[in-house]
Design a protein around this ligand. Structure first.
Ligand code: CAA
Length: 240
């Protein structure tokens, strides 16, 4: 039977490429999304991958929705914590709402979704968890105290959960993408984005598929010795 993968934020951007990549490799995929019904409908029509709407920042919603996915699709073997938002602003202007929104959606979500699948993975003796961090969690970024804190938190979370899963067949790894051509990055003011691209040695934004291929590598059955690692994919912008 095909292994089952859940991709949060899986209908757009990097998550969409991950969902499609996993499906193409023969996995049964469920994609989560948070709000954009139109994009989710288009995604499901185009790919046949079911999309489940729930707020990854809310513990009860995650528990209920992942329970439903496990009934409808099957037990989750692979979890890709990809959902994320930005609420950029310099520290002296950042509101508590901007801080809270990013911490809950980008970091608390990893706890919520992992918590809902980890017991099943332990019982079955197999699991693959991939958390999508960011170059900005490694290096910091102007206007992103909230986002950098959340993404940096993901990198620590990954290592802690990796230690706990190691003798249960569960690997936990992070990917730290650089600037990828998605709606999130396209929302950066043009003059700022030009400065950022000028700092990328490869000389361009990355493609979502360039992140997806790394997820496929990390979730493979024969990747059991790779755990607690962070794979940086940033065109040479930050070598860590
Ligand atoms: N890199 C280099 N320079 C930057 C910068 C950045 N990331 N962000 C801002 N600056 C520069 C601006 O170009 C500007 O320089 P000048 O004074 O020379 O023109 C200066 O800092 C002040 O910036 P603003 O005039 O834009 O100031 P603001 O108060 O109006 O806005 C801001 C501040 C909201 C942070 C805005 O600059 C912004 O949105 N910056 C982008 C922040 C960013 O990089 N976000 C990443 C989003 S994508 C992502 O997060 C995905 C991922 O994982 C990589």
């Amino acid at each position: 039977m095909a292994k089952i993968a859940l991709v949060t934020g899986g209908t757009r951007g990097i998550g969409e490429a991950i969902s499609i990549g996993l499906k193409d490799m023969g996995y049964a995929v469920a994609a989560n999304y948070g709000g954009n019904d139109e994009a989710a409908r288009k995604f499901t029509d185009a790919t046949g991958i079911p999309a489940y709407k729930f707020d990854v920042g809310d513990f009860e919603s995650c528990t209920a929705a992942i329970g439903k996915i496990e009934q409808e699709v099957g037990p989750v073997d692979i979890l890709v914590n990809n959902a994320g938002i930005t609420r950029d602003g310099t520290m002296h202007r950042m509101t508590l709402e901007q801080w809270d929104a990013v911490i809950r959606t980008n970091l608390t979500s990893c706890f919520n979704c992992c918590r809902a699948v980890i017991e099943g993975m332990r019982e079955r003796g197999f699991g693959r968890i991939v958390n999508i961090g960011s170059v900005n969690g490694q290096a910091g970024q102007y206007g992103q105290a909230n986002y950098a804190a959340a993404k940096s938190g993901i990198h620590g979370f990954t290592k802690a959960v990796a230690l706990e899963g190691a003798n249960k067949g569960i690997t936990v790894n992070a990917i730290a993408p650089g600037y990828i051509a998605t709606d999130m990055v396209r929302a950066v003011p043009e003059k700022v984005l030009e400065k950022i691209v000028a700092q990328i040695p490869v000389g361009r934004l990355g493609e979502a598929e360039e992140i997806a291929r790394a997820v496929l590598f990390l979730v493979a059955d024969d990747a059991g010795f790779i755990t607690g690692s962070t794979l940086s994919i940033n065109g040479g912008q930050h070598m860590y």
